[in-house]
Ligand binder design. Sequence first.
Ligand SMILES: [Zn+2]
Length: 131
Amino acid sequence: MSKIEEMLEKANVAKSNAYAPYSKFYVGAAILSENNNIYTSCNVENVSFPCGTCAEAGAIALMISSGDKVIKEILVTSSGKELVYPCGACLQRIREFATTSTKIHLADDKKIIKTYLLKDLLPQQFSPKEF
Ligand SMILES: [Zn+2]
């Protein structure tokens, strides 16, 4: 099994565990770090809506808490009929740990449909270098 196949499989598992009782919109994300580790998460909603978190944010937190620092690739899949893109806040979260070659894969249950570089989705970036 390739790393990308493993990412999709694990993102689907995470998606199936999503806590989305309000929207019924299930999202799974999988990160491949520069050390070739895979970190996954799902969206976690809250009755106080702004307290909910995105799948990408959870996967980033798991990556950081596990000691990795660089996102080589990130895959996002959802239960929706359309591909789901990372939200604006998550693009900024990804940027914090990205390189110029970080890939963002959008997938359905079975395969990757589109792949972008972060700069394609976030062309004007507020980067850690500017802080
Ligand atoms: Zn998000």
